[in-house]
Structure formats: structure tokens, C-alpha cells
Design a binder for this molecule. Structure first.
Ligand code: C5P
Length: 228
């Protein structure tokens, strides 16, 4: 598989567990997500270890700060191989412009987080006094204006994303649940449906990392995506 579309989120602060997960993944069939849980505990050392094994890195630090701070943070990864990194779209157009500038200089794509998949309609009304779909459209328009490389959204908003950003931009969708479970994710969808609706990459954490057989769970998701 030359272009894997699954990003496995390694959300643990425990080095032994992180390595056990990594050992069961395959760089030909997935990328790995390094987010705040693992990065704050294990830092660049783990990131570099994962890339040395051949894994492409989705650095999901969801940066949300003033333009110069975001710029410097990204430039600080110039000694790492990062495929994609995330910033919050609500950081505004000027921040996104600086993020793109920094991303280009370290050869990483900049992906803007819209509204977390753990939030639902009532959260959007409470937080923004705006309906979720309207708030998302508003954020996508800022992303389009800043011409950033892609966005993160729930699979439910892919249609709006394709309309506002075009089909060429990268769409990363977390909130993938093939079996309905009670957890912190709200706006969920199955892997197959997300791909059919135009997702470029699926971020999947617990359904793979907490499976009894991690390698098999990864293979199963890839089979679903590639309709084997
Ligand atoms: O375990 P689970 O499949 O819920 O993991 C989803 C991953 O995607 C987590 O690492 C989470 O931080 C990330 N994510 C998300 N919603 C976003 C952006 C990223 O769930 N909007």
C-alpha cells in the first residue's frame, strides 16, 4: 500500500506501552499520530524513533496561540520529519498564514482543527452562540482564505468541507467508530462511510490501540477502506 489513509493515535504517556503499540503497526499501512499525551511525556525522542522505523508522522499538537509563537513552535521541529501538523482554525487568519509559512520551511503540511469531535450541537450553542454547522462553515471559510493544506473535522461535515474548500484539500476525520460505544466521542461515523464521503485520512485511536490484536485491528480497518 503506497498511500496509507489510516492514522493511528498513540495516546499513551507510557514508553513501554507506546513501543508495544508501534511494534504491532506497519509503516506501509498507517501513519502515526503523535499528540499531546505522548509528546508531553516522551517528546521528540519518540517522534524521531517512530520516523526512524519508517512511520510518517501526524503531529497533532493542535497549536492555538499568537502567530509568532505558532511560527516559532513549528520551526522548532526543523530537526524532525513531520508529514502533517495541526493548528486550531480559531487561531485566525494571521496565525494560519504564519503556520503555513513555517510548515513550508520544515516541509510539513498544515492542517486546521475545526470543532472537536467530542462536541455536539448544545456545546456549540453554549460556546459560540452559533449552530455547529454554521460555526464549522465559518471556520472552513477562514481556512480557505488562508489557503491552508487541510482541515480536521468530523465525517459529518465532509460535505460542507468539500463545498467550501474543494476536493483537493486534505480532510482528516477522527471520531471513527464502526461499533457504537459510550465514550467521549460524539460526532462519529464508520470508517467506510467516512471514506465514501471524501475523507482523505482517518484518525483512529482506541478501536485499534485497545484491541486485543492491534495488527489485526489495523488490517481489518484497511480491508474496510480498500473493500477487500
Ligand atoms: O481513540 P479515538 O479513536 O477517539 O482517538 C481519536 C484521536 O483523534 C484522538 O487522539 C484525538 O485527540 C484526535 N482528535 C479528535 N478530534 C479532533 C481532532 C483530533 O478526536 N477534532
Amino acid at each position: 500500500m503506497t498511500n496509507p489513509r489510516l492514522i493511528v493515535a498513540i495516546d499513551t504517556f507510557d514508553l513501554k506501552q507506546a513501543n508495544e503499540i508501534l511494534d504491532q503497526l506497519n509503516p506501509d499501512t498507517c501513519l502515526v499520530k503523535i499528540g499531546s499525551v505522548i509528546f508531553n511525556a516522551l517528546g521528540k525522542k519518540f517522534l524521531k524513533h517512530a520516523s526512524s522505523l519508517g512511520f510518517r508522522i501526524f503531529l497533532d499538537l493542535k497549536l492555538h496561540d499568537i502567530p509568532n509563537t505558532v511560527y516559532q513552535t513549528i520551526i522548532g521541529f526543523n530537526d524532525c520529519k513531520v508529514d502533517m501538523l495541526t493548528v486550531h482554525l480559531s487561531g485566525g487568519e494571521k496565525m494560519l498564514n504564519k503556520a503555513m509559512l513555517a510548515g513550508k520551511s520544515i516541509n510539513a503540511k498544515v492542517i486546521g482543527v475545526s470543532i472537536l469531535t467530542s462536541l455536539e450541537e448544545e456545546d456549540s450553542l453554549a460556546l459560540f452562540d452559533n449552530k455547529l454547522e454554521d460555526q464549522i462553515s465559518y471556520l472552513f471559510k477562514i481556512a480557505a482564505k488562508a489557503n491552508i493544506d487541510g482541515i480536521v473535522c468530523s465525517p459529518h461535515e465532509l460535505e460542507i468541507a468539500n463545498r467550501i474548500l474543494g476536493t483537493h484539500s486534505i480532510k482528516v476525520t477522527p471520531g471513527i467508530r464502526d461499533i457504537k460505544v459510550e465514550d467521549d466521542q460524539e460526532r462519529t461515523m464508520s470508517a467506510k462511510e467516512a471514506i465514501d464521503r471524501g475523507s482523505t485520512f482517518l484518525v483512529i485511536g482506541r478501536p485499534i490501540t485497545q484491541a486485543e490484536d492491534i495488527a489485526k485491528a489495523l488490517e481489518n480497518f484497511n480491508d474496510i477502506i480498500y473493500e477487500k
